[in-house]
Design a protein around this ligand. Structure first.
Ligand code: NAX
Length: 325
């Protein structure tokens, strides 16, 4: 083994997504079987005991690629020299809590974590925010880390993308590998816009294979509400599928892909989306950088939904603006 290890921070290390995630990363599924890793696991003080149990299990796997574990409740320690930061941990919405309260509570967390990344992480650190509200949490972390390149911040819509691919493949009776050029636009929220306008299935336009009523009344709401449906069925929110989406997002970010995938990244005004928002676009990846798929024709149906997402993200941005000074 000749490669030197990379350091990967994972917040919410004792949470349920982390429990599906850290073992796969340690096994080499994210960065490949040649890449040793050191895991930096961050938790709340109240969950440190549970985190100890996770670390015991990691030890018990005796993974050949796992060259060390840092376990801490201090973001400044967790992010020291890290090459990748997976910001998974966040406060869940409690009973009677308004969305604005959730935004504010998590804003403080992601401000602190952005500042700690700025001060202590490797300056090329690639950051994926998963904890909700993911887009705005990524926006806050990015604004709290002025020395880091905004291109190194992203929020996760890959699970939504995978859900959309699976729904379309099932409806048209094809293998998921036959579905290409699908997109999730906007916010990782209940109004996200899964778009099959440009999707191709075995060389045929997907929109010629399904009815418009299916797209409107079935496909879009199913993708938007899939998370709630999983909670209803399982009694817990998506964890294994979220962990797989994290691994896919990071692997593609590092290794590159010509396939369209979806990722929430900073808007530079493409498709008329307000600059600076962390907004999900269809992207490809080369040399460690996302590129937004260009020159797509946007019809009125899509435009309306893309604008609704923009407005929601502007509202979230405005709700936390005072915390960013
Ligand atoms: P859990 O509640 O099981 O775990 C979260 C963990 O984070 C807990 O152990 C908690 O102690 C810890 N935590 C909270 N605040 C922290 C902080 N400031 N620093 C360090 N650790 C902290 O939630 P889980 O199911 O793992 O979900 C984690 C987050 O992912 C949630 O915000 C959830 O809403 C979000 N999701 C986002 C998805 C996406 O596609 N972007 C999909 C899956 C998931 O719902």
């Amino acid at each position: 083994m000749t490669k030197s290890p990379v350091r990967i921070a994972i917040t919410g290390g004792a949470g349920q997504i982390a429990y599906s995630l850290v073992f796969r990363i340690a096994a080499g599924e994210m960065l490949g079987p040649e890449q040793p890793v050191i895991l930096h696991l961050l938790e709340m003080p109240s969950a440190m005991e549970a985190l100890k149990g996770v670390v015991m299990e990691l030890d018990d796997c005796a993974y050949p690629l796992l060259q060390g574990i840092v376990m801490t409740d201090d973001a400044n320690i967790a992010f020291t020299d890290v090459d990748y930061a997976l910001l998974v941990g966040a406060m869940p919405r409690g009973p009677g809590m308004e969305r604005s309260d959730l935004l504010k509570t998590n804003a403080t967390t992601f401000k602190t974590q952005g500042q700690a990344l700025n001060a202590h992480a490797n300056h090329n650190v690639k950051i994926l925010v998963v904890g909700n509200p993911a887009n705005t949490n990524a926006y806050i972390a990015m604004h709290s880390a002025p020395d880091l390149n905004h291109k190194n911040f992203s929020a996760m819509t890959r699970l939504d993308h995978n859900r959309a691919v699976a729904q379309l493949a099932a409806k048209t009776g094809v293998d998921v590998n036959s579905v290409h050029n699908l997109a999730i636009w906007g916010n990782h929220s209940a109004i996200q816009y899964p778009d099959i306008t440009h999707a191709i299935i075995n060389g045929v336009k997907a929109t010629t294979m399904v009815k418009p009523s299916w797209i409107l009344d079935d496909f879009i709401p199913t993708v938007q509400q899939r998370g709630s449906m999983v909670i209803k069925a399982r009694g817990k929110s998506s964890a294994a599928s979220a962990a797989y989406a994290i691994i896919s997002h990071m692997r593609d970010w590092v290794m590159g892909t010509d396939e369209w995938v979806s990722a929430a990244i900073m808007s530079n005004g493409d498709y008329g989306i307000t600059e600076g928002l962390i907004y999900s676009f269809p992207v490809t990846v080369k040399d460690g950088e996302f590129s937004i798929v260009q020159d797509l024709e946007i019809n009125d149906f899509s435009r309306t939904r893309m604008l609704a997402n923009q407005q929601e993200l502007e509202q979230e941005r405005d709700m936390v603006a005072h915390l960013l000074n």
